[in-house]
Design a protein around this ligand. Structure first.
Ligand code: PHE
Length: 448
């Protein structure tokens, strides 16, 4: 029997909460457009390779740090390094990263909420292609409404997180994640039954390696980090809530399977529909908000499917923003001894304060750019392509080189109670493969 720990009450609850943190806009919004821009199937194969050989071991690494450290990101590093200042700083780095990700993530979260309401009020139905694009542009380039919806999403997330790890995060994830899968499967059936759907399937599953460049590799790695929520301590935080007797390897595997499954299913929903209706698969971030509403408009009962789609997108987004906020809240509660409610409110206000700049970077602040990128793009690029891999690299150095191997094995084997089969392989990846891959890709990214 698993012992009781400070967080999740069950194995399935832990997996669903972590899967909820992982499955998000990254899978349904970001993955398909990355796939679209990087030539489809070949990108998918490279992505799967990264998930298996770097993503899963790194998720185990974060779970180990969290569960062994029995604390928030900063506290876990402090406990495991016996107070080493350098490693505690890594914890602080994670917090800053989490803030930055939540700031730009909440912009798209706000769009998602707005689109659910538009779909429910049937306001996307019957619009021409230009009108759909115009709806998106007018909304995102404004200032009041995008900020309002961003605020609402942040407030809802804050409310759930304030309810606590068990009554908020675990309970909501256990209800919402199964619903998400059911809705996604429903959407797949609909999309596959469209005439001309096979083109889209070919695009997703036929690898064309001529489209793969150094940038595609960096994109695939960045996407795998982003999608699995790695490198910023989200999984350290959730890892600290996993019960002592649960199997960390299997938990990581399940979370990765759910995450990959949703990314592939979302692509199966999106691309057949895009091709069937002659849209451009490489349309980038707009794919979900401009291309899909057009697709819904052109299919029978499209408005119902639009509602279903935006419900599932909101669910995926909410479980992820919960995990982002929990990184901050757990730290404020344990390090600063704030009450959970106060911590949720203050952290949400901080995120909102930063997030507004990201939202306005599509409208009033659109001329504030660096190298042609607006504030939103800069936050996205810096975090997913650089800070997350750097954070992950430092984690592998911590657990692979600094923390005793015997202790790592003890945590994975639940202090000897469980047999760990491929420990040497895991430790080899942790010590050599993952850091080297991370360094190579980071360097190639910098010199691009
Ligand atoms: N993994 C989430 C997604 O795919 C994003 C995220 C990143 C959430 C980091 C938490 C931490 O949407």
């Amino acid at each position: 029997m698993a012992e009781k720990s400070r967080g999740f009450t069950s194995y399935i609850g832990a997996i669903l909460a972590a899967a909820g943190g992982a499955v998000g806009l990254g899978n349904i919004w970001r993955f398909p457009y990355m796939l679209g821009q990087n030539g489809g199937g070949a990108f998918l194969l490279i992505y799967i390779f990264f998930v298996l050989f770097i993503g899963i071991p790194l998720m185990m690494t974060e779970f180990i740090i969290g569960r062994r450290g029995e604390s928030n990101v900063i506290g876990s590093y402090r406990n495991l390094s016996k107070g080493n200042k350098g490693w505690i700083t890594l914890g602080i780095f994670s917090i800053v990263c989490a803030l930055m990700i939540y700031a730009f993530y909440s912009v798209v979260a706000g769009w998602t909420l707005n689109y659910l309401i538009l779909a429910c009020r049937n306001q996307l139905n019957g619009l021409s292609t230009e009108e759909v694009a115009q709806t998106f542009n007018t909304f995102t380039q404004g200032s009041f409404y995008p900020v309002l919806f961003q605020f609402l999403f942040i407030a809802i997330t804050g409310g759930v997180v304030a309810m606590g790890v068990q009554k908020g995060i675990e309970k909501f994830s256990k209800i919402l994640i199964p619903i998400l899968f059911i809705l996604l499967l429903l959407m797949c059936v609909r999309s596959l039954s469209l005439k001309g759907a096979s083109e889209g399937l070919k695009f997703v599953f036929n690898p064309d390696f001529s489209k793969i460049t150094g940038k595609s590799l960096l994109d695939a790695l960045g996407q795998s980090f982003f999608s699995l929520s790695l490198g910023i301590g989200a999984m350290i935080t959730y890892g600290s809530y996993i019960r002592k007797g649960d199997n960390l390897f299997k938990s990581s595997l399940w979370v990765a399977i759910c995450d990959l499954g949703v990314a592939i299913l979302a692509s199966i929903v999106i691309f057949p529909a895009v091709f069937a209706l002659g849209m451009n698969p490489a349309d980038g971030p707009k794919l979900v908000y401009i291309v899909l509403p057009n697709v819904f408009n052109n299919m029978p009962m499209g408005n119902i499917f639009a509602i279903v789609f935006f419900i599932l997108l909101n669910i995926a987004t909410l479980t992820s923003t919960m995990s982002l906020l929990e990184i901050l809240v757990s730290t404020a509660v344990e390090e600063l001894h704030w009450k959970r409610g106060t911590a949720s409110i203050l952290a949400s206000i901080l995120v909102f304060g930063m997030g507004i700049f990201c939202t306005l970077s599509f409208g009033p602040l659109k001329d504030v750019t660096i190298g042609g990128k607006n504030i939103f793009d800069i936050f996205d690029l810096i975090t997913a392509s650089y800070l997350m891999p750097i954070g992950a690299l430092l984690m592998t150095i911590f657990l692979g080189w600094f923390y005793p191997k015997t202790e790592v094995r003890a945590e994975l084997s639940n202090d000897g109670k469980r047999k760990v089969r491929a420990f040497e392989i895991y430790h080899f990846i942790l010590r050599y493969m993952a850091p080297i891959a991370l360094i190579v890709i980071l360097i190639s990214g910098f010199f691009k």
